[in-house]
Design a protein around this ligand. Structure first.
Ligand code: ATP
Ligand code: MG
Ligand code: MG
Length: 380
């Protein structure tokens, strides 16, 4: 079977790696160069997108900001999963909030903004501070503003107005203002749904972000009440979207109550721990779901932490001397802050995981790998 993935980054690469033992042949469409490539080797195939769509048994995506014409072509083939509605919703915060409201899943209080008066109204009704986000673009905390005082309104509005003006009639741009949530921590749930509606959900992951970018995740700490809230949200959203594949939901935990931050209609950075922490990783489960194969187990095998490697030219080799550590390198050109790879570390229990994180922190300087030592201390 051949699977075509829209996008040729690290998520496509890891889906390709997971698909190989299942005898799934994976090719990727690089949206930037408009070429069909091999997601692992980068080899360019002498074929068109239309031909790749015709040749594929199933089509999926590694990101949600897909050009409309490409999405339309793929959907017309009836082989595209998780489907147009899911991709559109994941790529537009206004549609995302509408879905949450329809399914009665709680999120931060918000207001949509297309003119300056809406911004002033948001400050008056939601209060300060506000987190303001572009609805149609943005990832890793890009396309966001933090409004803390009235003096910032004019400046932020002028930057927002530029974004709104860069939209077109067929693809309008809008902005959303959210109340800044004083959360205790951030968590996410990764689950998978197959073509018959069966679901399997991984244990909740606790996530640390630094400057809006995920830096570290830990899986295997959860209390059942919080896990249940997250699973309820997953089941409601996945069934409303008639979803097929892996869906990720990010939450704020506020005193034991989960509020959705955002959803991602794809495999997700906070699910990378599943490569070592579960029997069937999120990448394999996504491949299984879109290929129409039975889902794999999402049960936790070992408590696992994931550390992102941001902007570094390589992963320090000494990390491999720590027991149960694996290195995952994406083969990309290094740029400051860019996601270059990740490190997974597993253990038999949370205490041992803490010890291993402490060992890792000796090889991973705090300025490049923030929070490793703090995560270790919290577990020991
Ligand atoms: P991703 O790479 O996860 O797609 P993104 O650019 O879509 O990132 P968000 O997840 O919306 O951005 O926000 C990034 C981070 O900013 C969040 O993980 C959280 O730490 C913080 N943040 C976002 N919205 C809020 C909010 N309403 N209240 C408090 N913090 C927030
Ligand atoms: Mg996002
Ligand atoms: Mg996010």
């Amino acid at each position: 079977m051949t699977i075509l993935i829209l996008g040729a980054g690290q998520l496509a690469r890891m889906m390709c790696l997971a698909g190989a033992p299942l005898n799934l042949n994976v090719v990727a469409y690089d949206v930037g160069s408009k070429q069909i490539v091999h997601p692992l080797t980068g080899q360019v195939f002498d074929t068109t997108l239309a031909q790749a769509i015709a040749d594929a048994d199933a089509i999926t995506a590694e990101f949600e900001h897909i050009p409309d014409d490409v999405l339309t072509l793929c959907c017309a083939s009836n082989k595209f999963y998780p489907g147009k509605a899911a991709i559109k919703t994941g790529g537009d915060r206004a549609l995302e909030k509408a879905l949450l409201s329809k399914t009665a899943v709680a999120c931060a209080p918000y207001q949509l903004i297309t003119e300056k008066a809406h911004l002033e109204q948001a400050v008056a009704t939601l209060g300060k501070p506000l987190v303001i986000k572009t609805c149609q673009a943005g990832y890793d905390g890009k396309g966001q503003w933090r409004l803390k005082s009235d003096e910032q309104i004019d400046q932020i509005w002028s930057e927002m107005a530029d974004f709104i003006a860069s939209g077109t009639e067929s693809a309008p741009h809008s902005i959303i203002a959210e109340q800044m949530i004083p959360f205790d921590r951030e968590v996410s749930i990764i689950g998978v749904r197959d073509k018959s509606g069966n679901t399997a959900i991984y244990p909740l992951t606790e996530n640390q972000h630094t400057n809006g970018v995920l830096t570290l995740s830990v899986a295997g700490k959860e209390k059942s009440t919080i896990q249940k809230q997250a699973e309820d949200a997953f089941n409601k959203l996945a069934s409303e979207l008639e979803y097929v594949g892996v869906l990720a939901i990010e939450f704020f935990d506020v005193g034991g109550q989960l509020l959705v931050n955002e959803i991602a209609p794809r495999v997700h950075n906070s699910g990378h721990w599943t490569q070592q922490g579960s029997h069937c990783s999120q990448f394999e489960n996504h491949m299984r779901a879109v290929a129409g194969l039975p889902l794999g187990s999402t049960e936790l095998q070992r408590v696992t932490a994931m550390i992102n490697v941001l902007g570094q030219a390589s992963i320090p080799e000494q990390v491999l001397s720590v027991p149960s550590v694996t290195s995952h390198w994406y083969g990309k050109m290094a740029k400051p802050g860019r996601k270059m790879g990740h490190i997974n570390v597993s253990a038999n229990n949370l205490h041992q995981l803490g010890e291993r994180l402490a060992q890792l922190s000796e090889y991973l300087p705090e300025e490049d790998y923030p929070g490793v030592l703090a995560a270790s201390t919290a577990l020991i």
